[in-house]
Design a protein around this ligand. Sequence first.
Ligand code: 5GP
Length: 198
Amino acid sequence: MTQGNGKLIIVAGPSGSGKGTLENAILERFPDIQFSVSVTTRPRRKYEIEGEHYFFISKSDFLQRIQRDELVEWQEVYSKNGHLYGTLRSYIESVLVEGKHLLLDLDIKGGLNVQQAYPENSVSIFIRPPSVEALEQRLIKRGTDNPEQIRIRLERMPEEMELGQQFDHQIVNSELNEAVNAFINIINQDVYHQQRSI
Ligand code: 5GP
């Protein structure tokens, strides 16, 4: 169903693909694109702000919202100790009817589910690391995963790459400026309906 002229810019990619950095560059460049705030049961990190990064809720609140059909999609993200993450229907629909655009940072399956729920309003972008080796190097450098967690992430990569093919656009994030420019071109074309400029 079409919900106004607003677009949902769905971004997904394996952990370590650099999607967060790309998203920040896009949000800085296009101030009228709003970051979509999800609900999650994961504990808040020190730097995070309630209602800006996430709505942090309890597991029982989350389960009630599933029952009341308040979530467009939700996933248990295993790499995050089985915490639940979900997209609020009321939140995204109120933004769409106003004709505003949202950027959604979702896991891969969640991204495909939102795309399926709002085919007319979605622009989906999959961020690919240049190679398994590059991903491994990034994960080691980032230092947030132990070797076993890194092994599990790398093992999942072929399946994630396969699912990623169902997204409207693919960006290989090997050189940051090039990846940002590719992203800007997609937004100009699919969200603002302008010609490619770069
Ligand atoms: P983090 O805990 O690092 O903020 O996010 C963990 C993962 O959950 C990321 O891959 C992020 O894209 C995903 N995520 C965040 N919000 C949602 C959501 O509402 N739905 C789904 N399916 N995934 C989400």
